[in-house]
Design a protein around this ligand. Sequence first.
Ligand code: NAP
Ligand code: MG
Length: 399
Amino acid sequence: MKDKIRMSTPLVEMDGDEMARIIWKMVREELVEPFVDLKTEYYDLGLLNRNATEDTVTVEAAEAAKKYGVAVKCATITPNRQRMEEYPQLTRMWRSPNGTIRSILGGTVFRTPILADGILPAVRSWKRPITIARHAYGDVYRAVDLHTEEPGECTLTFRGESGSEKMLSVFRSNGPAVWQAQHNLDGSIRDFARSCFRFALEQKQDLWFCAKDTIAKVYDGRFREIFEEEYEAWKGEFEKQGIRYFYTLIDDAVARVIRSEGGFIWACKNYDGDVMSDMVSTAFGSVAMMSSVLVSPDGCYEFEAAHGTVTRHYYRYLRGEKTSTNPVAIIHAWGGALKKRGEKDGLPELSAFGEKLITACMDTLNSGIMTGDIAALAEKPVHTATTEEFICSVAEKLA
Ligand code: NAP
Ligand code: MG
């Protein structure tokens, strides 16, 4: 057997919950460890360990990602009321780990559908993936709302620390009314823009950004301005790579996206990204075929699958049944992370392995071996594989 591929800097590994955790272990043991002398800094973000460590493990994992620059994360349970009943030992309804990690690393989540032969997107013209970059701060998600009953005037006041004051009349209403105030921060918009330009350049794909600055002249206008200011720093590199940045209105963008062949990055404001990512992922096929990476403005990367812990399959697994849970996005997360680790450390063999892992996974799919969720969408008959069979087939291709 050939020597295993060496690593120099550890990969930050964040383990998770339920079926995703089961697949995680299989991918690590069967697809990575036989080929790579794997060095990871391991953090168990499984719900019970988050509880036992009072969630400090999540913060430590995020700090390690910041320190080393590359992490790979398994899906984790975000507890809700029902989970509190399911796990009576929980001392608190712990926060979403992804939220905690994002607040430490900052940056933008890029979600890209994974396309397999014979699984046709619902939009016939789409030939290549469309990556959604959603700004994950502010706007309606941090808005304040008010309902009033009597006639009256609503005003908006900003009080500067220097003592300056700016006031606007929102509206004078004759009867009951609803009101809302939103905000965003120049710093957050700038970080968003930087992460987008960096990612587009790495992917060698055009970057589209859209808002509604004809209506929200100041608010969306500021987004547009910041993107244009930031673009100045990247313009030379973009031109060298033959890619472009372009701004258009959200409604025009939607029409263009539908008519396009795909193969670009679509940067969206928070709400637009929330809505459009569900549209894009569904039209491309399945949530299990969506990869996700958080890119911080200073260039840290956290790779994961876009899907959750796949609870229903986990309970079947616990009953001893074989499941046909799709491991494609988890394999892509590992492949992407190893590739990035190799690039950062100047280890071409490691990068090449990350790429080969992804290729072996795609070759398996394209040879007609698929898990049940996508087998049902395939144009031609395919072999519906269990998770183990699928991983085994990827391992054979890799070897
Ligand atoms: P989910 O785990 O993504 O599963 C939703 C459904 O989608 C599944 O029941 C399954 O449908 C299908 N599915 C998802 N991934 C699949 C895969 N790899 N292979 C085959 N089918 C797949 O979402 P959820 O049920 O809303 O959430 C479950 C738990 O995951 C929650 O506790 C939530 O907090 C957590 N979550 C974590 C993350 C994260 O850490 N990034 C993201 C989302 C959710 P069928 O059952 O019909 O086969
Ligand atoms: Mg949503």
